[in-house]
Design a protein around this ligand. Structure first.
Ligand code: NAP
Ligand code: ZN
Ligand code: ZN
Length: 352
């Protein structure tokens, strides 16, 4: 075991503070990574502030991790000491169920589902897993991603490990590409990546925002059109026209406003996980057009690698605002006001 500096929430109501956690010894299939940057996902905030049920404290959030490999076990072949590497939202799964067999570890049907990078069940022992708000992490090589971005793009690469894959997976699953009209709702960490990726995949992209200030920036991110979702006339102009709408909003809201914009057989995919449920959607809006409301969670390891390689090839990274570890609670407060463009990334050098 190795004592490792970290930042933890000791309870849902106390600010995060420095602590020391234990990382396991490097086993034959394990990779040890010195964490250089960690993105700040809204899921970290939901977790640290106890907004979701089943949170175990102390909690060390963070699942948008990039860093450098410092040690590998004898049986590791994916990466070598000195390589750049990434860790996303999962650190283990059963590996034997049908979903794991298809490379969809995020839908693992084993007894613990997938093991989250934080708030997961370590080694099947029941111990809490601790995430990327820490100096180092030890993970089985199956869950380690290869980073092909340039070294100076590293901070902007970190958010791809959650915000990137969580938007890439549904965009790909529902066939985003040329000739498709795709909406992205909520231009935050996930949403701004959704716009960039849907644009790069060749779709006609419409960004839906509640923030007037993001109107121009969303165009700069790659949106073809921007709609202020609180403006009824702007919304109505798009009625019945979308193949797919990806909804990343982190708060409960009326979904009918978006199902009305789908064309026949269109799909509204929910990836935001608000603390309180959305109001029940209108059935008649769905049946009059065979429309679907679906959900999607993160993405499998092979599709995460595919997304990272696509982004490296197309020069895609997240737009980030760097913070020090000690600034995390103030960063959460700003995220609640949609006041970040578009992802906070923690410079882990600040923890040393
Ligand atoms: P974020 O950076 O805070 O962005 C959320 C965006 O939603 C905001 O920027 C804002 O965009 C919009 N928004 C916020 N409050 C709103 C409200 N009351 N009404 C309408 N729009 C509102 O959050 P994130 O990191 O992208 O995460 C978004 C959600 O996805 C969270 O619930 C997170 O837990 C969840 N998540 C899910 C998965 C998954 O696998 N399914 C993975 C990661 C995260 P505008 O300013 O443009 O309106
Ligand atoms: Zn996340
Ligand atoms: Zn499984």
């Amino acid at each position: 075991m190795t004592a490792t500096r970290a930042f933890a929430a000791q309870s849902a109501t106390t600010p995060l503070a420095e602590t020391v956690i234990e990382r396991r010894a490097v086993g034959p299939k394990d990779v040890a990574i010195e964490i250089l940057y960690c993105g700040v996902c809204h899921s970290d905030l939901h977790t640290a502030r106890g907004e979701w049920g089943g949170i175990r404290f102390p909690s060390v959030p963070g699942h948008e991790i990039v860093g450098r490999v410092t040690a590998v076990g004898d049986a590791v072949s994916k990466v070598a000491v000195g390589d750049l590497a990434g860790i996303g939202c999962m650190v283990d799964s059963c590996r034997t169920c049908p979903s794991c067999g298809e490379g969809l570890e995020q839908y693992c049907e084993g007894p613990h589902s997938f093991q989250g990078t934080y708030n997961g069940w370590n080694d099947g022992s029941g111990e809490n897993t601790y995430g990327g708000y820490s100096a180092a992490i030890v993970v089985d090589e199956h869950f380690v991603l290869t980073i092909r971005h340039e070294e100076d793009q590293l901070a902007g690469t970190a958010p791809l490990l959650c915000a990137g894959i969580t938007t890439w997976s549904p965009l790909r699953h529902w066939g985003t590409g040329p000739g498709k009209k795709v909406g992205v709702v909520g231009i935050g960490g996930l949403g701004h990546m959704g716009v960039k990726l849907a644009h790069a995949l060749g779709a006609h992209v419409v960004a839906f925002t509640t923030s007037e200030a993001k109107r121009q920036e969303a165009l700069d991110l790659g949106a073809d059109e921007v709609v202020l979702s609180r403006d009824k006339a702007e919304m109505k102009a798009h009625a019945g026209s979308f193949d797919l709408i990806l909804n990343t909003v982190a708060a409960s809201h009326n979904l009918d406003a978006f199902t009305r914009l789908l064309k026949r057989d269109g799909t509204l995919v929910l990836v935001g996980v608000p603390e309180h449920p959305h109001p029940s959607p209108s059935v008649s809006t769905l049946i009059m057009g065979r429309k679907a409301i679906a959900g999607s969670v993160i993405g499998g390891i092979s599709e995460t690698q595919e997304m990272l390689d696509f982004c490296a090839e197309h020069g895609i990274v997240a737009d980030v605002e760097m913070i020090r570890m000690q600034e995390i609670d103030a960063a959460y407060d700003r995220m609640l006001k949609s006041d970040v463009k578009y992802r906070f990334v923690i410079d882990m050098a600040s923890l040393k």
